[in-house]
Write a protein that binds this ligand. Sequence first.
Ligand code: NAD
Length: 514
Amino acid sequence: MTTRYLVTDPRYGFLKQLGITVENPGLYDGRWGGSGKLIESISPATGKVIAKIRESTPQEASNTITEARKAWPQWTSIPTPARGDIVRQIGDELRRNLKPLGCLVSLEMGKILPEGIGEVQEFIDICDYAVGLSRMLPGSLFPSERKNHALLEKWNSLGVIGVISAFNFPIAVYGWNSAIAMVCGNTIVWKGAPSTPLVSIATTKIISDVLERNGIPGSVASLITGGSDVGETLVNDKRVPLISFTGSTNVGRQVALKVQQRFGKSLLELGGNNALIVAQDADLEMAVRAAVFSCVGTAGQRCTSTRRLILHKKVKNEFLGKLKTAYNSILKRVGDPLEDGVLYGPLHNQQAVDKYKTAIEKAVKAGGTIEFGGKQIQRPGFYVEPTIISGLSIEAEVVQQETFAPIVYVLEANSLEEAIDLNNGVEQGLSSSLFTKSIGNIFQWIGPHGSDCGIVNVNIGTSGAEIGGAFGGEKATGGGRESGSDAWKHYMRRATITINHGNELPLAQGIKFE
Ligand code: NAD
């Protein structure tokens, strides 16, 4: 682990509970440290510096990979259920730290506290899932066509997994990857977003304490901190057979090409441009409630946030009227994400505010009408109004792009077929929702000619997935699947094994070679 930190603002008691204090400048057990750039962690709610962190250098990142690689033989030789027990203990520690860690997510990322806590809960949930998995990781036995032969399939760990994650889910995404990767027998080197380093440090500290208490080196779950240069060190290193990358489509494309170049594997969770369709027969009250959370929740900074509302022309005006009323009530609940009762927090940083403004300018230039919002909110930090824009076509550049801000574009459809075409008419393919009461509509939507996304919802919004299913998207979202279902297969390599337990040497397909 190669991170040094120095908290400059001691106001937040929960930081102390997590072992992050002003008195402790960051050298843990003589092993924490870094000698790269000094960067600042900034509170999105105030714009003020929370901490200064010394990043890793690329050389230190490479050394960290060496340590994680060294730890792999020991870790992978522990029986899988015993590794599961370590992950159970990590889940227990996270339970103990649920509130302080949730507060830290909220402080550093800027999402409201219930969502900050929800992220830690998601890590706990996936730990539970991984513990179960550790008792049931399957293999297969197929009938062999040859006498006295056994045909088997066995799954083995890969080695060191590189996890690169985005700022908007600073802990849950790492949780999905690490819990499953660890029960599968891998060690991990994690590079979180450079703007959420304290969450990465606090999380890694919790995990390394559990590992060390069990006599296992902390390097099983290593952390490096830094930007693209440190990320590239991980991406280009042949000792890292799998890179799990969560972030924008543009960076993900570069990462995928580099990993492919060295025949590594990549697991990509990239940008979304998610649509929510309201059919003529939808329950409008329910659709509006779902749309509000999906459009403005996390201030539009979820990969699954609703970016396009596709409304049947017969319900469009009524739906928009109700939505604007709901948006007005949200404006009364804007505030510091750590405070009770706040529903709407800031964007993550100034660049996000700039991108929000640029997108709105472009939308208006292209002929869009601002139905709601459109301006920065005048208060400290990085707050902007939730925004609804109508009058643009699906081809408009801003509608095609993912702007990571609370802007939603309204499109109109005359039929479900037309709505599905609009849903599928962008390069991304992450999440999608249909509100309808018709069973026929539902089966059209979930079928081969329906939504082309990885997440296909009915009568719920586009955001807020559970850990049980596989999470991920198609097309420019990268095709990866993480979290539940059979996503564990990404973290293992499959060996197809044929064992001859007889005294003859028959060839497959009856071939004679004598
Ligand atoms: P980003 O692409 O700017 O950065 C993501 C991570 O990649 C960061 O840790 C960053 O430091 C690192 N990075 C940047 N350049 C790199 C390089 N050349 N090599 C290696 N690593 C590099 O994304 P962001 O702004 O942090 O996050 C927002 C984006 O992430 C959005 O597009 C969002 O949709 C996406 N996202 C997707 C999912 C998903 O599951 N599909 C989940 C969360 C976020």
